[in-house]
Design a protein around this ligand. Structure first.
Ligand code: ADP
Ligand code: ADP
Ligand code: MG
Length: 455
């Protein structure tokens, strides 16, 4: 049977998925908004269908329109990418009802894992350490204060349905909690459609380390070497690497075992990522599970040679995992930089506009996942991600040197990007020593603004 896959996404991930389908001999359908009419994913797909105006709510986030597009084009399978509807259980459920295969876990699993409180309580039940906090949503700042006093300040207020680093605020005192509460409720409502919040102990100077997993229908589960994603701005990753510079064999094994146990207990299917935080004593805590392909999946692909997107699609079509655990060998060191259209010195404000000229780096061990080209207009409606630049080399230092050369040869004219910032980070002593934590990038920027770091 020949399959037709609809890509329910845009940008670099839509391009990535279409390439995987082309290699698998699967026909593709692109969906696009008015703003994306001239996008690469639209040009690359076998068919393309406009689903609405530029606002995400009228297009990529609009359940009915995306499902209708799948039905109208006769797609038998839908890949949601990341963001947008990727973790929306209603979307998965609607597709199930239309007899269209969703590339991802079952709708019920999505609903369960996507509820950050339910997921944490579940994992706690498996006797895996979780970050302390409220075991249900908090309705008023007052009940938040009660819990915060019990677990101790500083605390984090987080949106139950949050993602992409949005809907998270630190509070150091009762007063801060009160003001953060209404602010986060508004932000959560605007970003995720619900204003449900919960509370968590803030782990100071944490490291974010995550484990990629892949599971098939027959209960086979494989895990991959961790990715360290502690280089973050506004709680969103900008540089990721694997292996983590702070890992040791015992901790690595414990994280992998915990990840596999979580998947097994959920009867999980498809690609997933279990995110952990490490405190300064290297104690690990489950943070959340992302039930989808992740932005930084190429890090794992470069390190192991496994094509995670093709694997995802084949599993969704009912095939068994093509790899066994013992066949997964992590080689050398991999680093990914997210190249964004943003103004680093104005709080990473997105900077859309027209790209007049692009020159991309290349050479051995260099990979670029991107949708940009000469003349491409970066729309203001979506994520600011322009490209992911990934390098692979035998050692960490060689990977850093390769990344420096690649960034120096990456030219994007016409709009502001964070390329120079990434280049500077590749020379930063704290980064080179691997001693950064999740607060490091914001601190480095503040110091740069004060003119202390370099110039
Ligand atoms: P990853 O966990 O794969 O590193 P990010 O957290 O950087 O991904 O988010 C990737 C993209 O997905 C961003 O565009 C982000 O805004 C979006 N995103 C992630 N989770 C959600 C969510 N729950 N709701 C809306 N958008 C989300
Ligand atoms: P999202 O769904 O937006 O990815 P996460 O819960 O994964 O949200 O958190 C995103 C980031 O926020 C983490 O990688 C970390 O840097 C920071 N963070 C989240 N929870 C905590 C915590 N309890 N203590 C310290 N930092 C945290
Ligand atoms: Mg996360």
């Amino acid at each position: 049977m020949t399959h037709k896959l609809l890509v329910a996404n845009r940008g670099e991930i839509a391009v990535r998925i279409i390439r995987a389908c082309q290699e698998l001999g699967i026909r593709t359908v692109a969906i696009y908004s008015v703003a994306d009419e001239n996008s690469l994913h639209v040009k690359m797909a076998d068919e393309a269908i406009c689903i609405g105006s530029s606002l995400s709510g009228d297009s990529y986030l609009n359940l009915n329109r995306v499902v209708s597009a799948a039905v109208a084009t006769g797609a038998s399978i839908v890949h949601p990418g990341y963001g947008f509807l990727a973790e929306n259980p209603r979307f998965a459920h609607m597709l199930e009802k239309c007899d269209i295969t969703f590339v991802g876990p079952k709708a019920d699993t999505l609903a369960f894992v996507g509820d950050k409180i339910a997921a944490k309580n579940w994992v706690k039940g498996l006797r895996i350490p979780v970050v302390d906090g409220s075991d249900g949503p908090i309705d008023h700042a007052a009940s938040g204060i009660e819990i915060a006093r019990k677990i101790g300040y500083p605390v984090l207020l987080k949106a139950v349905d949050g993602g992409g680093g949005k809907g998270i605020a630190v509070a150091e005192s009762d007063a801060e909690l009160i003001s953060a509460f209404s602010r986060m409720q508004l932000e959560a409502k605007a970003s995720f459609g619900t204003d449900s919040l919960y509370l968590e102990t803030y782990i100071p100077r944490a490291r974010h380390v995550e484990v990629q997993v892949m599971c098939d229908h027959s209960g086979n589960i494989v895990h991959f070497t961790e990715r360290d994603c502690s280089m973050q701005r506004h709680n969103q990753k900008v540089i990721e690497e694997s292996p983590s510079p702070v890992m040791n064999p015992l901790l690595r094994r414990n994280l992998a075992l915990a990840a596999v146990r979580i998947c097994r207990s959920l009867n999980y299917r498809g690609a997933g990522t279990i995110e952990f935080l490490l405190d300064q004593e290297q104690k690990y805590f489950f943070l959340e599970m992302n039930a989808r392909i992740q932005v930084e999946h190429p890090v794992t692909e470069m390190a192991t040679g496994v094509d995670l997107v093709k694997e995802q699609i084949l599993i969704a079509l009912g095939e068994a995992l093509s790899i066994k655990q013992y066949q997964i060998k992590t080689k050398g060191h991999t680093i990914e930089c997210r190249v964004n259209a943003e103004d680093v010195f104005h709080d990473f404000m997105p900077c859309p506009g027209t790209i007049h000229n692009v020159v991309m780096p290349g050479g051995p061990g260099v990979r670029i996942d991107s949708h940009i080209f000469n003349g491409y207009v970066v729309p203001s409606f979506y994520d600011s991600l322009l490209a992911k630049l990934i390098v692979h080399a035998p050692t960490r230092l060689e990977a850093i040197r390769k990344m420096r050369v690649a960034l120096a040869g990456f030219i994007i004219d016409g709009i502001k990007t964070n390329i120079d910032f990434l280049y500077v980070m590749m020379h930063n002593p704290t980064f080179i020593k691997g001693q950064y934590d999740t607060t490091f990038v914001m601190k480095a920027i503040r110091e740069e603004l004060d003119g202390e770091l370099y110039r």
